[in-house]
Design a protein around this ligand. Structure first.
Ligand code: C2E
Ligand code: CA
Ligand code: CA
Length: 663
């Protein structure tokens, strides 16, 4: 019973459903009143009676007037503004009430007219009445309470009236009407349920969509932000540069990009761990942000790389000038030490700057140029600022060319080896040879090793190149049974995980005795990767291969440190020999190094000996071996062979083997 009564009650618990009902049947209501008014007019025309003007003219005019007024209200006002939930509930309630009242009035009027009408008019009346009832119910279908009330009220009124008048002659019609009403109630009910269902699922869909939008907004935020610093990342910066490109009226000379790369950050990470590295990055980025003007965008574009996009309106001079001023402030700020976990951490910065001077250029290009300029600042000794210029790009292209040519050159046999004698300081006999790489048959012209080796190191091509040198030198000098061989090894070669194995494999293939091989490495690698270096050095030593530290005196390594690594030799760099006169500072420095190394059981090779005076001083200071133009320039194999036959110690054991065996 309660469920039955609920069918007639207006449900205001779901404001959204109410709103949907309001808008849905709001569209039907003018139609409903239109039908009602035309039915009223039709009845008036069929049943007009001049003697009963109130019944057949005034009453229909009143009914039609109410209908027209309501239709106009719905047409003009119902959609004219946003109604609140409470107002909509009020309208719905009034609609239900008015539907019942109007139904009662209309029915009462029809019954009234019916009583005085003739047979033809009466059948017309029942037709119009049934029509009005059915159309009213259908038009109100979305508002279940109103539709049900109208159906029930009009059916009861008519069923009662028709079954009662004319001696029950119209009872069948009354029953049919009841059935129709029942049918309409069922349809209305199920229609209403599906309507509510549609509204609900639409709401769920909208909610889902909102959630999805929120989620994708969050995803977007994550994708375009650096999680560590909260700064925009490279992707976001590129997006902003793209947006600038799309912006009309952008003066292309009003942009500048400052590209910052930290110097020495890797060392902090390696020595103090990633936690300290992260803290340092956060601190640097906070401080950099303080120096950025409001309109600038600071982004973290790589592990220890930042970029600032400066947009200016004054023109190229000031764009670049402002970028330079900013870069100078940033360099100072980066160098300020930071305390992390009670450690004082300090890094430096290399900065590249590019200002857009190319009207057809894409703003993205600025980032690449600034990056290139930064790279230049880095290779020129770090801690500097470099401005982009076209020459940098030309240099880069040349490097790219050389990079491609190295691979080809290797397979086409364009490389050669030369050997430079290393002599025993006391006897002057050749005890060893340093193999040095040459590229004489390069199609574009010979290149100095200083130039192409640096490129090969940067691209990783030094691996095949280095192994080629080792294998060829081992083969070529294998038969010089009293001679040691020195081969240069780039720091980059250690990065190859199986470098040691590859060296051992070459020794096995060529049959070159490990005791006669010395590898020369520079200190940069030791500092950057102490653990890896220690492991490699240990493995080489275990096989009898000796190690020399090349270019000693150009870095900061202490001799003590070298000894802990197990170096058997240090090679004093030729730059230290330049000012070597009796009693000069350079002489004292070299002599001190020799004394200390000897005390720590390491031997000293002096490199770049050009003058007899240098040789005498070195010998006096206790230097063990010497290498330089004074004793012989690097020479091709046949020339070296002849030289060796003249100056080598053919009959005695090579000194170095003797020393190595002693260790
Ligand atoms: P480095 O290992 O310090 O080689 C010594 C360089 O000094 C050689 O230059 C040699 O020709 C030069 N030199 C020798 N005696 C004198 C002298 O009395 N006066 C002067 N002014 N110079 C002298 P080079 O052959 O041009 O090699 C330059 C650098 O290229 C080498 O420096 C080495 O770092 C690298 N390099 C050469 N060959 C190889 C190689 O096969 N592998 C690797 N990884 N690097 C190599
Ligand atoms: Ca060397
Ligand atoms: Ca050297």
């Amino acid at each position: 019973m309660r469920a039955f009564l609920k069918l007639f009650r207006l449900d205001t618990s779901d404001p959204e459903l109410m709103r949907a009902q309001f808008h849905s049947f709001g569209g039907h209501i003018p139609l409903l009143y239109g039908i009602l008014v035309s039915n009223t007019v039709a009845i008036t025309v069929t049943c007009f009676d001049g003697e009963h003007l109130i019944k057949t003219l005034a009453s229909p005019i009143v009914i039609a007037a109410i209908g027209i007024t309501r239709a106009i209200w719905w047409l003009r006002w119902a959609r004219s503004r946003e109604w609140s939930d409470a107002e909509i509930a009020g309208h719905l309630r009034r609609t239900c009430l008015l539907a019942v009242i109007l139904t009662l009035i209309f029915n009462a009027w029809v019954i009234w007219v019916y009583q005085g009408a003739g047979g033809y008019a009466r059948s017309n009346l029942t037709f119009f009445l049934a029509l009005s009832q059915v159309s009213t119910v259908f038009c109100l279908m979305t508002l279940r309470a109103a539709a049900m009330l109208v159906a029930v009220v009009s059916t009861i009124a008519f069923a009662l009236y028709f079954s009662w008048i004319d001696g029950f002659q119209l009872l069948p019609q009354a029953l049919v009407l009841c059935c129709v009403c029942g049918g309409m109630a069922v349809v209305t009910h199920s229609f209403n349920r599906s309507f509510a269902e549609v509204v609900r699922s639409r709401r769920t869909l909208a909610l889902r969509q909102l959630e999805t939008e929120k989620l994708s907004e969050e995803n977007r935020r994550i994708a375009f932000t650096d999680p560590l610093t909260g700064l925009p990342n490279r992707r976001e910066l590129l997006l902003r540069l793209d947006r600038l490109e799309a912006r009309e009226g952008l003066a292309h000379n009003s942009l500048a990009v400052v590209f910052i790369d930290l110097d020495g950050f890797k060392l902090v990470n390696d020595e103090h761990g990633h936690h300290a590295g992260d803290a340092l990055i956060r601190s640097v980025c906070e401080r950099l942000a303080r120096h950025c003007p409001d309109h600038a965008v600071l982004a973290r574009v790589g592990g220890d790389e930042f970029a600032v996009l400066l947009e200016m309106h004054e023109g190229i001079e000031s764009a670049q000038a402002q970028a330079v001023a900013l870069a100078l402030r940033m360099l100072e700020e980066i160098a300020v030490p930071v305390v992390v976990d009670r450690h004082v951490l300090q890094v430096g910065g290399s900065i590249g700057i590019a200002a857009n001077i190319d009207p057809a250029g894409h703003p993205r290009e600025l980032l690449r140029r600034a990056d290139l300029a930064m790279y230049h600042a880095k290779t020129e000794g770090k801690g500097q600022i470099a401005l982009y210029s076209e020459d940098l790009d030309k240099g880069r292209l040349r490097r790219l060319d050389i990079e491609a040519q190295i691979g080809n050159g290797l397979s086409r046999g364009e490389f050669d080896l030369v050997y430079q004698p290393i002599v025993d300081a006391l006897s002057g006999t050749v005890v060893s040879a340093e193999a040095l790489l040459r590229w004489p048959r390069r199609a574009e012209g010979a290149l100095q090793p200083d130039e192409f080796i640096e490129i090969a190191e940067a691209t990783g091509q030094i691996h095949p190149l280095g192994l080629y040198v080792l294998e060829r030198a081992c083969r070529e000098l294998g038969s010089f049974r009293q001679l040691s061989l020195s081969v240069n090894v780039s720091p980059a070669q250690f990065r190859h995980p199986s470098f040691e194995q590859q060296v051992f494999a070459i020794l096995e293939r060529t049959g070159f005795p490990p005791e006669r091989l010395q590898l020369e490495i520079t200190e940069s690698y030791l500092l950057a990767n102490p653990e890896r270096a220690l492991r490699a050095v240990g493995m080489f030593k275990a096989r009898g291969i000796s190690l020399a530290l090349d270019d000693f005196g150009t870095g900061f390594t202490s001799i003590h440190y070298l000894q802990s690594y197990g170096f058997s030799h240090i090679k004093i760099d030729k730059s230290l020999l330049v000012g070597m006169e009796p009693g000069s500072k350079a002489t004292m420095l070299v002599a001190g190094a020799i004394t200390l190394a000897t005390a720590l059981d390491m031997e000293v090779i002096a490199e770049g000996v050009e003058r007899q005076q240098q040789a005498d001083i070195l010998r006096g200071a206790g230097c063990h071996e010497m290498q330089g133009y004074l004793f012989g320039k690097p020479m091709p194999l046949d020339e070296f062979t002849a030289h060796y036959h003249q100056h080598g110690a053919a009959d005695v054991l090579p000194r170095r083997i003797g020393h190595t065996a002693r260790r």
